[in-house]
Design a protein around this ligand. Structure first.
Ligand SMILES: Nc1ncnc2c1ncn2[C@@H]1O[C@H](COP(=O)(O)OP(=O)(O)OP(=O)(O)O)[C@@H](O)[C@H]1O
Ligand SMILES: [Mg+2]
Length: 281
């Protein structure tokens, strides 16, 4: 069993620690965070779901958020591009407050990609259409240029041969890779991933993680909610552990997985390992 016990998904991540160290060095030069949350609070009715959450994500940084169900991970992601409003605090994108509404909001939001568990592709449009629609509508790209770029992106995620099909004709892993290509087509400043592999059959998880790993290596700024611990350990520059609406711990993957500081994080990791052991029996 490997040092940290996460064996379930035979993950052979190609990012070496050396690559990761070089990335951190390269990344440390950028000073204005791409995403910054300052004391963000969010209530659903009387339910306090995000409690004074502060977080800043630098250019090129890969931040992985883990934590128990209901701890606020999805809500945190959704507040970043204002799919959820916040009750108090501030969210800055490249140092600028997120516009409240209208065209300005649409513009900023369109540059923060979001990849969901459930793909969210337009079901009656081809994969190529799914990738070209927003660049044509929002960035006003001409069809030819948008299609050329879309084909390049579909090649990058390994599904250029699926371009003329509709989503139902693709496997889950292919659909999720299409969703990643669609996010990339907007030249995003950052991409938020909310459990991108949770709805996939086990044999399709790795192909999506591979695409995300190569994006991380290319310097894309990424915030990723995931339960794929080996992937998190290999790709993250920083792990955020959320519990009950707060960031309870943050640190490098090595620190976090080897020496979690809080009892709650230790419990969470232990329950994960137990679950994996059971699934291997
Ligand atoms: N639209 C909503 N209305 C009311 N309560 C909500 C809404 N969305 C989320 N919540 C509540 O907010 C809390 C945080 O939910 P959230 O979905 O952010 O958790 P999570 O950490 O992503 O959980 P999971 O791991 O199960 O996806 C939960 O108690 C949830 O029930
Ligand atoms: Mg969630």
């Amino acid at each position: 069993m490997p040092a940290h016990g996460f064996t379930r998904r035979r993950i052979e991540c190609r990012v070496t620690r050396k690559d990761s160290a070089m990335n951190s060095e390269r990344k440390s030069g950028a000073d204005t965070p791409v995403i910054e949350l300052r004391k963000v609070n969010k209530y659903f009715g009387t339910h306090h779901v995000l409690k004074d959450v502060s977080l800043s994500v630098r250019q090129g940084e890969v931040v992985v958020i883990i934590g128990p169900s209901g701890s606020g991970k999805s809500t945190l992601c959704r507040t970043i591009n204002r799919l959820e409003t916040i009750s108090s605090g501030e969210i800055l994108i490249e140092g600028q407050p997120m516009p409240a509404e209208g065209k300005e909001l649409a513009q900023v939001r369109s540059r923060i990609g979001m990849v969901f568990q459930s793909f969210n592709l337009f079901l009656h449009r081809t994969i190529l259409d799914n990738v070209t629609m927003a660049p044509m509508d929002v960035l006003h790209m001409k069809r030819k240029a948008a299609e050329e770029e879309a084909m390049k992106l579909l090649r990058q995620v390994g599904i250029e041969d699926q371009a003329r099909k509709v989503p139902a004709q693709l496997s889950g892993g292919q659909q999720q890779r299409a969703a990643i290509a669609r996010a990339l087509a907007m030249h995003p400043k950052a991409i938020l991933f909310d459990e991108p592999t949770s709805a996939l059959d086990p044999e399709m998880i790795q192909e999506v993680l591979d695409v995300m790993t190569s994006l991380a290596k290319s310097g894309m700024t990424m915030v990723i909610v995931t339960h794929e611990m080996n992937f998190a350990r290999n790709v993250a520059d920083r792990i955020i552990f959320m519990n009950d609406g707060t960031i309870l711990e943050e640190g490098s993957p090595d620190e976090f997985f080897a020496h979690p500081k809080t009892e709650r994080a230790r419990e969470f990791l232990a329950s994960f390992r137990n679950e994996q052991r059971e699934s291997e029996l």
